[in-house]
Every structure is written in structure tokens, then in C-alpha cells.
Ligand binder design. Structure first.
Ligand SMILES: [Zn+2]
Length: 287
């Protein structure tokens, strides 16, 4: 049970392309088509996005039901320091805004974001790839991560954000898995990755992300790694972690969070500005 908005990446011939959560179908429909194969790919994308868009992922079901003790692992001040806003060009958008319409939903900067990588489907070197991507996104946001190591938790579409039997009295760590469409149906077709987080509401209505998931298409990632495109594979993970932290897509193709997945060089200036904002979320020990 979870309330999770997700963004996701899909492949088109010769590159990977990002597709966003609800609403992005229409922006995608205007993308230039360079070849017949791309037309077929776009049709496939449209189908997969449509299937995704009919999902009621904003239903908020499960909110406020089972939860760990409040304030687990919370410090009195932010653990890290988000970098100052970089210059350059490029914008950013957020996955979800607070009720005031001005501030994005983010993680609590006063506690570390625990993450765990599933041994199910994990390719050789996959955990190292994940750690590198996490380190990059941590540095860019100032948010501190703790590597909880490997888990045998299998990938399932509706992950419970609170699993005391497996993880104890705390929110389940952010979960990263190399999965198959058989396990995660939304990876079907040309989707390379999915990423998003689950918010919980404090008594005053402020939303704070408490955990999230990244699902990487195991076969697609294997293809990238086998082709020597490790930078591209890492960029896929970084892009999905960008969704986990709260970034949505932008139209600027030079950004990691673009619909074309960026350049493989990690976060660009717009991405970094957005991540710096997300690193300045509110500390909520009451959650
Ligand atoms: Zn995406």
C-alpha cells in the first residue's frame, strides 16, 4: 500500500527517453519524429503511458494507517548542507507541491535517507552503480543517504512503506531493484526505469516523503552495461533517484531530468538548482 507518484524512462532506438507521470503524454505527442521506427516506438510509449495514467496513484490510500514511531533517526538540525544555487541555464519542476502551491514536497533533511538494493535480479556491479548514482544525487541535494546494503525483498508493484517485520520500527528504506516486467508490469514495453516516493502528511497537512522506490528494467540495464555505456546506465539510476527526491521532467534536453534523459554526464545546472531546493525541505520529527 502506498501513495506514490512516479516518473519513468523509456527507450527509443539509439537512446533512452524519459517519460513523465500524469500529463506527459500530450507533451510527448509533440516530440519530433526522426524515423519510422521512432513512430512505432512512440505508439508503444503512448500505450504504456496511457495505461499508467489510468492508475489512481494520487488516491492517497493507506495514508495515516500503519506508521513507525515518530521521529526515528531525526536530528535537531539538517544533516547536510545543500549547495548554493548554481548559475548556468536550465530549469526544474517538482513531482508534487505542498497545499500552499509554493513549496515542493521533499524528504526531511534532518534525517538520513536509508536505501537498500535488492539482490533479486541484481547484475554484477549493479550495487556499485547504484551507490555511485546515490552519491552524486546526495552531493547535489545536500541530503544524506545511508546504504543499508542488500535486501532479498522482492520487487512488487505496491510496496508497503512500513514493513516492521523486515526493517524494524522505521519507515522502510528507499528500495532499488533491477526488475522484470513480470514483476513490475509498468516496466513493460520500452520503459527503462520507474522512480517515485511516498509522502505522509503531518497533522498540519505538510507532506514529507518517507520512502520511495526505483525499479530498473534489468534487461535494458544489462544492454547498456554490455554495450559499455556505463555512464548512460548510471544516468538512468540518477534520473530515477531524481524522481525519488521530488524532481519531475523538464523540456530542456541538456538536463538529467529531461525527456531524453540528459547527456550521461549527471545532473546539469537546472537539475542541481532543483535538487538544492529539495535539500532545503522541512524537518518534521513528528512523522
Ligand atoms: Zn523520468
Amino acid at each position: 500500500m502506498q501513495d506514490m507518484r512516479q516518473g519513468f524512462l523509456v527507450r527509443v532506438p539509439g537512446r533512452h527517453r524519459a517519460v513523465g507521470p500524469a500529463g506527459s503524454f500530450w507533451s510527448r505527442a509533440g516530440l519530433p519524429l526522426r524515423q519510422g521506427a521512432a513512430v512505432l516506438a512512440l505508439v508503444a510509449v503512448a500505450v504504456s503511458v496511457w495505461l499508467w495514467e489510468v492508475r489512481p496513484f494520487d488516491s492517497r490510500h493507506g495514508l495515516g494507517v500503519d506508521a513507525p514511531s515518530a521521529g526515528i533517526g531525526a536530528a535537531h538540525a539538517p544533516l547536510g548542507a545543500p549547495p548554493s544555487m548554481p548559475g548556468g541555464h536550465g530549469g526544474y519542476t517538482f513531482m508534487r507541491m505542498q497545499g500552499n502551491g509554493a513549496d515542493p514536497v521533499a524528504y526531511d533533511p534532518c534525517r538520513p535517507i536509508h536505501f537498500t538494493t535488492s539482490t533479486v535480479g541484481l547484475p554484477p556491479g549493479g550495487d556499485a552503480l547504484v551507490r555511485e548514482a546515490v552519491a552524486t544525487m546526495s552531493q547535489a541535494s545536500g541530503l544524506q543517504f545511508v546504504d543499508d546494503g542488500l535486501t532479498d525483498e522482492p520487487p512488487v508493484p505496491e510496496r508497503d512503506p512500513y514493513q516492521p517485520d523486515r526493517y524494524g520500527d522505521r519507515w522502510a528504506p528507499v528500495y532499488i531493484a533491477f526488475a522484470t516486467p513480470g514483476q513490475i508490469p509498468r516496466l513493460a514495453g520500452s520503459t527503462v526505469g520507474l522512480g517515485g516516493s511516498t509522502p505522509r502528511a503531518a497533522d498540519d497537512g505538510v507532506l514529507v516523503y518517507v520512502t520511495g522506490s526505483v525499479w530498473l528494467d534489468a534487461a535494458a540495464m544489462d544492454d547498456l552495461l554490455a554495450a559499455g555505456r556505463r555512464d548512460s546506465a548510471r544516468a538512468v539510476v540518477e534520473h530515477e533517484i531524481g524522481h525519488v527526491l521530488g524532481l519531475d521532467h523538464v523540456s530542456d534536453a541538456t538536463q538529467l531530468m529531461s525527456e531524453t534523459g540528459g547527456t550521461g554526464a549527471g545532473p546539469s545546472d537546472g537539475d542541481r538548482r532543483g535538487l538544492a531546493v529539495l535539500g532545503r525541505g522541512v524537518c518534521r520529527p513528528d512523522l
